[in-house]
Write a protein that binds this ligand. Structure first.
Ligand code: MN
Length: 160
């Protein structure tokens, strides 16, 4: 395989439009295509994520780095304690162990390429204390989207 043809509007051949993650309610209206699965000499994957208007990715952090290039529409991203507007062809790096969440701008479909290493750690979701600390910043508090039931570690919490 040397080429993967773009077959239509943000759709590539041999790349099924997949669920973003297996389960959870910590994300909304987002799909994933695996465009490049990696090679032993280039152990990275290129994915295309698409967030429908009003949707968002998971608020998470992990050791592995994301390199993202927006190629459709516009949106916003939280990286650490900064919220940044992103438009097509902007690039953003998500550094290790940094909270991040992507959102589509209202009324717009937001699509981006995301490069990651093949061998990577699993994302971590914020616990109650971490979420409270993030929300101390009013800007961040107004930005993040999170469903409470899935994040509880305490008694009665739902474990996933
Ligand atoms: Mn991530």
């Amino acid at each position: 395989m040397t080429t993967v043809k773009h077959t239509g509007l943000f759709k590539w051949e041999r790349s099924d439009v997949l669920r973003y993650k297996e389960k959870g309610n910590h994300f909304k209206d987002i799909t994933r295509q695996l465009l490049y699965p990696g090679h032993p000499e280039l152990p990275v994957q290129m994915r295309y994520f698409e967030i429908a208007p009003g949707g968002h990715s998971t608020l998470e952090r992990h050791q592995h780095v994301h390199m993202v290039m927006v190629i459709r529409g516009s949106g916003e991203v939280l990286v650490g304690d900064e919220i940044q507007k992103l438009e097509s062809f902007d690039l953003v790096e998500i550094p290790p162990k940094t909270w991040h969440q992507f959102r589509a701008t209202a009324g717009e479909t937001f699509g981006f390429l995301c490069l990651v290493r093949v061998d990577r750690d699993r994302p971590e979701l914020p616990n109650t204390d971490e979420l409270a600390r993030l929300k101390e910043d009013p800007g961040i508090s107004g930005f993040i989207r999170y469903e409470e039931p899935l994040m509880t570690a305490g008694a009665g919490g739902v474990k996933h």
